[in-house]
Design a protein around this ligand. Structure first.
Ligand code: DAH
Length: 338
């Protein structure tokens, strides 16, 4: 057995040394050290040895395993080092490096951040609410009657339990007034959802920015002055604005503000935001739910506004298709990195 042992060790070490590639080395590992490999076979011969021989052979076998293991390891290290060297062999370190791509904020995020910053300077605080809402917060509290078209299943995403995906961020007006007493001055950027067919100008999830100001003696001139200032700060001093009467269930009177900028959208008027004086009916819904008269319409008045950010981004950045904003195409987004 001593002889077998010496032969096996000699052959194994030689074969390991001569293995040309990792694959052959792996095969040798199985051949010698595998569960049914040659070393295991050799140790099976132990049982035929006289008892007093066994400890010595046991020790030799263990040493053999250790020797082979370290021979495999050495050869493996050799292969790794060889691979490393060949990887850099043809490297020309005088060539310019691949430029690192530095991330940037999404154009919509930048637009939203700018809008939020301007309004924060005017004293508006950030508020938020859930995307999944009750019908009450989204419609009833906002004085929107049950037969209003916006409540239709074809316009709004409803859950089987009657909850819905908010169709506008005006829900945050309601949540804010339930949670705090006047005066209130909040803005709330966030997602809104409508059951629209997605095309070049429609998404079923889009972004709005809502505002609410409730205090004593707030009137239409406050609304006009605040929003005109906001629009000029956001779009530049050359922007022209116009205020058109409109209808929203939750404001009375209500308006839409249009803007026109030289060179943008061929200088045409575009609708920017909806706004108006908070309808006393909304204050009454709030008082009823709160169980107090904190928003007494005889004492408090307010204005609210809401604008869509995606369409504005489309116009400002001259985008042919609104879907560019959600496709995450690097070639598109990289144009806005600076
Ligand atoms: N919620 C309206 C919409 O989604 C926008 C809006 C209009 C919000 C008038 C307001 C407002 O707060 O006073 O079209």
């Amino acid at each position: 057995m001593d002889q077998d042992f010496q032969d096996l060790k000699g052959t194994a070490l030689r074969e390991i040394d001569e293995a040309p590639e990792v694959i052959e080395l792996d095969k040798l590992r199985v051949k010698y050290l595998g569960r049914t490999g040659l070393v295991s076979k050799l140790s099976e011969g132990m049982k035929d040895l006289p008892k007093e021989e066994r400890p010595r052979m046991g020790k030799l076998l263990n040493e053999l395993r250790t020797t082979l293991n370290s021979a495999f390891e050495t050869k493996n290290d050799f292969f790794s080092a060889r691979a490393d060297i060949s990887a850099v062999q043809d490297l020309d370190e005088t060539l310019p490096a691949t430029p690192l791509r530095i991330g940037a904020l999404h154009p919509l995020t930048r637009l939203q951040d700018r809008a939020v910053q301007i309004l924060r300077r005017l004293g508006f605080a950030l508020a938020s609410g859930p995307d999944i809402e009750t019908e009450w917060h989204c419609f009833d509290a906002l004085n929107t009657p049950p037969d209003h078209p916006a409540r239709n299943e074809s316009d709004t995403f409803y859950f089987p339990d009657g909850h819905l995906l908010r169709t506008h961020t005006s829900t945050v007006q309601i949540r804010t007034m339930l949670a705090q007493t006047p005066p209130v001055r909040v803005i709330s950027p966030g997602a809104a959802y409508r059951r629209d067919e997605i095309d070049a100008t429609h998404l079923s999830q889009f972004n709005q920015l809502e505002g609410l100001y409730v205090s004593k003696g707030v009137s239409v001139p406050d609304l006009k002055g605040t929003l005109e200032y906001f629009v000029r700060e956001l779009l530049g001093s050359t922007v022209e604005t116009r205020m058109r009467p409109h209808f929203f269930p939750f404001t009375e009177p209500s308006y839409e503000i249009d803007v026109r900028m030289p060179g943008v959208n061929a200088g045409r008027w575009m609708e920017l935001l909806g706004c108006g004086m908070v309808d006393p009916a909304v204050f009454e819904q709030i008082n009823e739910r709160r169980g107090d008269n904190a928003y007494d319409p005889e004492v408090w008045t307010g204005f609210a506004f809401g604008m869509g950010l995606d369409r504005l981004a489309m116009t400002l950045f001259n985008l042919p298709d609104i879907r560019l904003l959600i496709e995450n195409d690097q070639r598109f987004l990289a144009q806005f990195a600076s």
